[in-house]
Design a protein around this ligand. Structure first.
Ligand SMILES: Cc1cc2nc3c(=O)[nH]c(=O)nc-3n(C[C@H](O)[C@H](O)[C@H](O)COP(=O)(O)OP(=O)(O)OC[C@H]3O[C@@H](n4cnc5c(N)ncnc54)[C@H](O)[C@@H]3O)c2cc1C
Length: 484
């Protein structure tokens, strides 16, 4: 009995480790030269540079639980300093109102006082308090729905840069059911989104007070957490734990094709070799999975191709601290589309996390907007655009002391309207070949905890099918992600 895991990102690594814990022999084949996929940390010249994710949500249990299971609980850290995030509005940095949930205010006063919106704009938002329910039965774009309820300025200045930015997709294309299904529940239960946000805020504050009372010495880590030395510490620990249990890792070993072989799978690799397996977990982006299934399961390949993928480019810059005019009290700034230019956001890494840069320097992560021709520009132009944006916005004089670029070409899933239906169609089509399972960021959540939950659920399904584990009665990846 043996299983092939295709792709050595967090999803594939977790799937391989989980299978190995059940005693299943695993070969993990990774096309690139290293393990970790988009999780990639570089240590250079006293800097800790994240080329992919820099943190994950502590509110999704699968992430922190895995970190602790691997014995890394002591390395888990929350954000540092002032948590303010700014929005660039008419060229100036305006703080986001305090107490903002993913898109809704959880406190009324900071929002009412915010300089980000004029009084007529705030009055337009307040119409939501009286408006009847307006959620359609079918999926809708987050932006389209929010524009109807709260007006354009909230979408363009807050929800768009925040939610659209995280998902690398314009908010007027982003699936509400896949990304913020809580808006559906909020409207059903409270009718008004603003009332729902405030009720949520009261609940969160009461829960925090109860936790503080029960354990007055505990210092909560906050919503976003990371590992002190960078997130590659997590993928490296998953890989080490899997290797201890016998997982065979091969890098620079892309899978070229998959074919049926009796009840199992035959695979062809980049070096021309072939091998047989009882099952395969495909933990690559959906467009790469489509190529692998093109011959053996064309119906599934067509469904996989229907999930769109964009490109992500991240430019990291470091400057001497004494050349930066801004006080950098906060975690960074977001740039609404109306401000123009190819930069979507800038994270002040050296201020957001402790120990990421030498004390006399600042470290900035500049995200390029995946719209129009931005991400196709040559590297020098992207660095130039990132520099110009940071230097103008933060009054920086002089040259950066460190520059890095990371590019993820057609590898960022876009959760556009109808995403969950497309994923259900993929899963149904893949069912036609029981030896095959797909999992990862293209399907049921892009965040690391969701990828971890998907990797674990995929492994569980395969182990049950192979009889390495007694059926648990929960074969659904969706259910595991919803819990995790
Ligand atoms: C710049 C950036 C910032 C991000 N920030 C955050 C954040 O702060 N928090 C958060 O939670 N998430 C964040 N994310 C998202 C998160 O990092 C990803 O969704 C997650 O890492 C995806 O993991 P994965 O294992 O599903 O896929 P990947 O990491 O893409 O791994 C897939 C692997 O499959 C390999 N592969 C492809 N084809 C083949 C083949 N034919 N044969 C063998 N191998 C193949 C690839 O080389 C790759 O290594 C960010 C992503 C990026 C790019």
């Amino acid at each position: 009995m043996s299983v092939l895991v295709v792709g050595g990102g967090i999803t594939g690594l977790v799937a391989a480790r989980s299978l190995a814990l059940d005693g299943v022999p695993v070969l993990l084949a990774e096309a690139g030269p290293r393990l970790g996929g988009k999780v990639s940390t570089e240590h250079a010249e006293g800097f800790t540079i994240e080329h992919g994710p820099d943190s994950f949500l502590a509110t999704r249990p699968a992430g922190a639980a895995l970190v602790r299971e691997l014995g890394l609980g002591e390395s888990l850290v929350g954000t540092a300093g002032t948590r303010t995030v700014y929005i660039r509005h008419r060229g100036r940095l305006v703080p986001m109102p305090e107490g903002l949930g993913l898109v809704l205010p959880t406190r009324a006063l900071p929002f009412a006082r915010s300089r980000l919106f004029s009084w007529p704009e705030k009055l337009r938002m307040a119409q939501d308090l009286l408006a009847p329910r307006s959620m359609p039965a079918d999926d809708i774009a987050v932006g389209v729905y929010l524009r109807g309820r709260l007006g354009n300025p909230l979408v363009e200045r807050l929800a768009g840069p925040l939610v659209g930015g995280v998902y690398g997709t314009p908010i007027d294309e982003l699936s509400l059911d896949a990304v913020v299904p809580t808006l559906r529940t909020a409207e059903r239960e409270h009718r008004s989104l603003l009332l729902a946000g405030l009720a949520d805020g009261r609940k969160m504050r009461a829960a925090a007070a109860r936790r503080a009372e029960a354990n007055p010495r505990a210092k909560p880590l906050g919503v976003f957490v990371t590992l002190r030395g960078g997130l590659e510490g997590l993928t490296a620990a998953v890989a080490a734990s899997a290797a201890e249990r016998g997982v065979d890792f091969r890098t620079d070993f892309g899978v070229r094709w998959l074919a049926r072989s009796g009840a199992g799978v035959s695979a062809g690799f980049a070096d021309g070799s072939t091998a047989q397996f009882d099952a395969v977990v495909i933990a690559t982006p959906a467009n790469a999975a489509a190529v692998l299934l093109d011959e053996a399961l064309p119906a599934a390949a067509r469904r996989l191709e229907a999930i769109p993928h964009g490109t992500s480019v991240l430019v990291t810059l470091a400057y001497p601290r004494d050349r930066v005019g801004h006080d950098l009290r906060g975690h960074g700034y977001l740039v609404p589309r109306a401000e123009g230019g190819p930069i979507a956001a800038c994270t002040w890494s050296s201020e957001k996390w402790t120990g990421r840069a030498p004390a006399d320097t600042v470290l900035l992560r500049m995200f390029i907007r995946d719209e129009g021709p931005s991400t196709t520009l040559p590297e020098a132009a992207l660095v130039g655009a990132a520099r110009a944006d940071a230097e103008r916005t933060l009054s920086i004089a002089g040259e950066p002391v460190l520059v890095r670029t990371a590019r993820y070409e057609h590898a960022m899933p876009r959760y556009t309207v109808g995403h969950l239906d497309r994923v259900a169609a993929v899963e149904a089509a893949v069912e036609a070949w029981p030896a095959v399972t797909v999992a990862g960021a293209s399907y049921r959540g892009v965040g690391l905890p969701d990828c971890i939950a998907q990797g674990q659920a995929a492994a569980l399904r395969v182990a049950e099918r192979l009889g390495a584990r007694a059926p648990s009665g929960e074969p659904s990846i969706a259910a595991a992600v919803a819990r995790g």
